[in-house]
Design a protein around this ligand. Structure first.
Ligand code: SME
Length: 157
């Protein structure tokens, strides 16, 4: 399993090179999955109005391309403005199934200056797969991405 500092260095390199790589967010998903093989689905959702819209991801195609904020673990993380870790999705009535093989999930909001821009969503085929160091890693990644994604959103407006 990849060491957190080493992964963050690689994330930094991807971010630095992003202007010449249109797929940098998907490559970030690939990087996280390669370094943490228990991350079986790694992707982004972006907030558009009252819905989360799926962004770049790696893993099985998801039926949940748009998630209303009152649904799912994904919606919960935005409403509560905090990371949600579900150790056993089978025990959580909020869970929206993406793959029958998924056993646990973590969703980390991406927040910039008080605004939620979206979130990082990761599913695992292992029960209770997400520990404190996963949380710390993904929160750091979300913090680094937030100002960049805010800039891109402003650029599209
Ligand atoms: N499980 C999520 C839905 C997204 S898929 O996992 C990709 C949820 O409960 O919100």
């Amino acid at each position: 399993m990849g060491d957190t500092e080493e992964i963050l260095k690689q994330v930094h390199l991807l971010i630095e090179a992003r202007t010449s790589n249109a797929d940098w967010l998907r490559d970030l998903c690939v990087l996280l999955q390669r370094e943490r093989p228990h991350y079986n689905w790694v992707g982004f959702y972006f907030l558009e109005g009252n819905e989360l819209v799926v962004g770049p991801y790696v893993g099985a195609p998801t039926p949940h391309t748009r998630i209303p904020l009152d649904q799912g673990i994904c919606g919960t993380a935005v409403r509560e403005r905090k990371t949600v870790i579900v150790p056993d999705v089978g025990q959580d009535p909020r869970y929206l199934a993406c793959s029958l093989e998924t056993k646990s999930e973590i969703v980390v909001p991406i927040e910039h200056e008080g605004w939620i821009l979206g979130e990082i969503d990761i599913d695992s085929r292992q029960l209770n797969a997400f520990r404190a160091d996963d949380h710390a890693l993904l929160q750091t990644v979300a913090r680094r991405l937030a100002p960049l994604l805010a800039q891109e959103t402003a650029g599209r407006a």
